[in-house]
Design a protein around this ligand. Structure first.
Ligand code: ZN
Length: 107
């Protein structure tokens, strides 16, 4: 399991590009939890910006989507393979949002 986890880490790190630091932890349900942080951005409390969100889906796809949005907003000139999938990530975000109930329109 350890070997497969570090192989996944390397694969995710390659896709996330040079600004990312990728760590994978094993969660309570034995699932892989992807923690992608930015080597350039500091969030509150001097901690690195991270795609990890407590209590949310932190599987590969969800974490990589958040990371892709971060790159496209903050580091648009960066050269990361995941930016190739930005349109697909936006489409997934749109689908998640439109799955929520829409309040009645006001005029
Ligand atoms: Zn950043």
């Amino acid at each position: 399991m350890v070997a497969s986890r570090s192989a996944r880490e390397r694969k995710a790190a390659a896709q996330a590009g040079p600004l990312a630091r990728v760590r994978i932890e094993v969660g309570a349900q034995e699932q892989f939890v992807y923690k992608i942080s930015c080597t350039e951005c500091r969030a509150k409390g001097d901690r690195a910006w991270s795609a990890y969100r407590p209590g949310e889906d932190n599987g590969f796809m969800a974490a990589m989507d958040r990371w892709t949005f971060h790159l496209s907003e903050r580091h648009p000139g960066s050269d990361a393979p995941c930016l190739e999938f930005l349109a697909a990530a936006q489409q997934r975000l749109h689908e998640r949002r439109s799955a929520r109930p829409i309040p009645p329109a006001q005029d």
